[in-house]
Design a binder for this molecule. Structure first.
Ligand SMILES: C[S@@+](CC[C@H](N)C(=O)[O-])C[C@H]1O[C@@H](n2cnc3c(N)ncnc32)[C@H](O)[C@@H]1O
Length: 272
């Protein structure tokens, strides 16, 4: 395994322990009242109705969104994550909720045959997913091979333009810190986690920038046809310290910080 990926796996195994007890994920609250914690409007807008559809969730973490899809009527629901701890946590939450979801430990760049080919009407990934992937080619191959003919892939993630700005800046103006086009890994020393800044944990992490053209390009190259590409002035997690939470629970820039895209939503369909 590449050193950077091994470091990220160590990070995610430890973050899983932190997240299971965090207020951010509020696992107990979700188990006791899952319908009180529905998808946000961006996810609803991009994904739409999933009832009766076979669904694969890539990089599912502890399975909260995977379970939301199950509760929304998706069938044969499967979640994949490379963190063994996240998969165990997801299975235990699903079991406590009595929901029939299969969670598989695997790298999305090399899915095993236990994730069946041409078997899903919907493949989904979101919120901090592709920055962890050094190369989108095998990722796109996994998606294209697992979609059934006529199936659709949805991704909602950080807009790559937002990711060039310094997320450690204490206040506006936004300041360019990272390259847009570079394929070199970006190194971070993580303190705590995005879900609990005060957690006593320090580790290395590596992230990769992917341009919008690259994301659309790797999927199109495999015959997937763009149905919609949306850009949003909101993001699902607090990227910049000076962001403001709106009454839907999504984060926005204050007007003085500018008007830039913060997330994108892309849907591509496999012909057939
Ligand atoms: C920010 S989380 C995704 C958030 C998730 N949508 C949620 O709502 O909790 C990113 C996930 O990607 C997983 N991950 C990172 N690299 C991966 C890889 N190469 N293959 C599979 N999972 C990976 C991590 O273990 C982590 O659970």
């Amino acid at each position: 395994m590449q050193d950077e990926i091994a470091a990220n796996l160590h990070l995610w195994d430890n973050w899983t322990d932190i997240h299971m007890g965090s207020r951010y994920y509020d696992v107990e609250g979700f188990i006791s009242d899952p319908r009180g914690r529905p998808f946000d409007w961006v996810t609803r807008e991009v994904v739409g109705d999933v009832s009766g559809l076979r669904l694969l969730h890539l990089q599912c973490h502890i399975g909260i969104d995977t379970l939301r899809f199950c509760l929304a009527g998706a069938v044969d629901v499967m979640g994949v994550d490379f963190s063994a701890k996240a998969v165990l946590a997801a299975r235990s939450i699903a079991e406590r909720m009595g929901q029939p979801v299969t969670f598989i430990e695997a790298d999305v760049a090399a899915l095993p045959e236990t994730v069946p080919r041409a078997a899903f009407d919907v493949v989904f990934t979101s919120y901090g997913a592709i920055e962890w992937l050094p190369d989108l080619e095998p990722w796109a191959e996994s998606i294209a091979t697992r979609l059934a003919p006529g199936g659709v892939f949805h991704i909602i993630d950080a807009h790559p333009f937002m990711s060039v700005f310094d997320d450690f800046a204490p206040g506006p103006p936004l300041c360019v810190r990272h390259p847009y086009f570079s394929r070199e890994p970006l190194y971070f020393e993580e303190h705590g986690s995005y879900a609990d800044r005060d957690a006593e944990f320090v580790a290395d992490s590596y992230a990769w920038q992917h341009t919008l053209a690259e994301i659309v390009g790797v999927l199109s190259k495999r015959g997937l046809v763009v149905e919609s590409l949306r850009e949003y002035p909101v993001v699902a997690w607090k990227v910049f310290e000076f962001m403001v939470k709106d009454n839907e629970g999504l984060w926005r820039l204050p007007p003085e910080a500018g008007d830039i895209p913060l997330m994108f939503g892309l849907s591509v369909r496999k012909p057939g």
